[in-house]
Design a protein around this ligand. Structure first.
Ligand code: PHE
Length: 467
């Protein structure tokens, strides 16, 4: 006998947990940099259109099949396919993808944790130096940090949906909002902050090229945690009273608002703390931005505030990012946990132990991909370059499979499960849904242009990344 499926205790708990998943490193650093470099307000506009017109229907469809079946991706696809096997691959990808993305995300979270400790220990000047990042990620300390991060995730998840995931989100998310707002107020009241604000917001429509458009959509898709089975799984933890349409809108608004607010913090900070900075130095990747560029920016504060205050503010920032990362990490590991519990009938504890062990080993491989072990550093090669194990996980699962999962979901929901069933599910808990404009738009978009766009992104990524 398996235990009855746990549920979030309230709609708010569900929304906070889903928002906790969505708000992550992508919002806090990925979005501001992308926006600043790619047209400012113009990028924001394109991004917001994508969030609401393309991502939101996909998000609702994920939540709907989760709630309908009360299962994670493997179980959900199987249940709605009436015993057929044709869609099993979509379900399997829906569990394998989050597992592999968890490996890559875990590495980043471990580094952030390390940065908090080093900053609090007085090492901000070291982190701002040229060798710190390379040295730190290849030092044995990351193994200690890995154990601590894994333990935090384990303790949240082992406590279950209500007592673990929901409680963590209810504590961490409001704390994160308050920290973010405090940081924005602090930054915007510094001298020269307005230059950064202008750099972030003033629209430049000339920069909106096809590749920027593609990037904006991928960013939005990732930021909302789509294609990772997370919202299917979280959807399976809500009751029929919860209005999916309204909840999904709130999650999308929260996620976008946090991304925008993060821009109000990062860009003005860059300009104001270190006025000599050349904005072109803003790196393309959020990884080098957080780990090599921002420590320099924070260190520059010491001239006006002193070293201790500069370190305190840097630590505050890294803690903020860490909270965002933990709630995302928890959500992504919950998918394979739920799979092992529902489909393989393991206890939650045992499922977590199996996962922590396997994901731990893979995270270890990914962590030593930066020079420590040459087998993983020079793991393979494609598109004319050597790729590490970390690169492969990132390129295959994060960049390529995500849009594919989205595509499969749209096709499954529209043509296998059928639109009228989706409507039925979305109308549960939302009396006005049937016959509304939302219903027409969701059914139409999911069965026509959204899959076409996702297919385009998938093919384009394969062509660009691997050939
Ligand atoms: N949405 C998260 C972000 O923006 C991405 C993410 C979610 C990654 C869940 C892993 C797990 O950073």
């Amino acid at each position: 006998m398996t235990a009855p499926r746990e549920h979030f205790s309230s709609r708010l708990g569900f929304i906070l947990a889903a928002a906790g998943s969505a708000v992550g490193i992508g919002n806090l650093v990925g979005f501001p940099v992308n926006a600043a470099k790619n047209g400012g307000g113009a990028f924001l506009l394109v991004y917001a259109i994508f969030v609401f017109l393309i991502c939101l229907p996909v998000m609702m469809a994920e939540m709907a099949i989760g709630r309908k079946t009360q299962k994670e991706p493997v179980g959900a696809y199987k249940a709605l396919n009436n015993g057929g096997n044709g869609w099993n691959i979509a379900g399997l990808l829906g569990v394998l993808t989050p597992f592999m993305i968890a490996v890559f995300y875990m590495v980043l979270t471990v580094w952030i944790f390390g940065y908090i400790v080093i900053t609090l220990g007085g090492g901000l000047d070291y982190l701002a130096g040229p060798v710190a990042f390379g040295e730190f990620i290849n030092s044995p300390w990351i193994f200690a940090a890995m154990i601590i991060v894994a333990a935090i995730v384990y303790f949240i998840l082992v406590a279950g949906v209500k007592e673990g995931i929901e409680k963590a989100a209810k504590t961490l998310m409001p704390t994160l909002f308050v920290m973010l707002v405090l940081m924005v107020i602090f930054v915007l009241t510094r001298e020269n902050a307005m230059a950064g604000l202008r750099f972030f917001i003033i629209p430049d429509f000339d920069k909106i090229t096809p590749s920027v458009i593609n990037g904006a959509l991928s960013q939005a898709f990732f930021s909302l945690s789509l294609g990772m089975g997370i919202l299917i799984t979280y959807g399976s933890y809500i009751s029929n009273k919860t209005d999916i349409v309204g909840s999904a809108k709130l999650v999308a608004i929260t996620d976008t608002a946090v991304a925008f607010t993060a821009g109000l913090m990062i860009l003005p900070a860059v300009f104001s703390f270190n006025p000599d900075v050349n904005p072109q130095e803003l790196s393309d990747s959020s990884v080098s931005l957080i780990f090599t560029f921002l420590p320099k920016i924070f260190l520059a504060l010491q001239t006006s505030l002193g070293y201790v205050a500069a370190s305190g503010i840097a630590a505050f920032f890294f803690i903020l990012v860490f909270f965002a990362a933990i709630t995302s990490l928890v959500s992504i590991i919950e998918v394979p946990v739920s799979y092992l519990v529902t489909e393989k009938c393991h206890s939650r504890k045992k499922a977590l132990r199996i996962l922590m062990m396997t994901a731990g080993v893979l995270t270890l491989f990914a962590s030593v991909s930066f020079g420590m072990v040459s087998f993983f550093t020079e793991f393979t090669s494609y598109a004319g370059g050597t790729r590490s194990f970390f690169d492969v996980v990132y390129d295959v699962f994060y960049d390529t499979i995500l849009p594919l999962n989205g595509l499969l979901l749209c096709l499954f929901v529209s043509y296998r499960w059928k639109k009228h069933n989706l409507s039925e599910e979305l109308a549960t808990g939302n009396d006005g849904y049937k016959g509304s404009l939302s219903e027409k738009y969701i059914n139409f978009s999911l069965s026509t242009f959204i899959p076409v766009i996702l297919l385009g992104i998938f093919l384009n990524t394969v062509a660009v990344k691997f050939f």
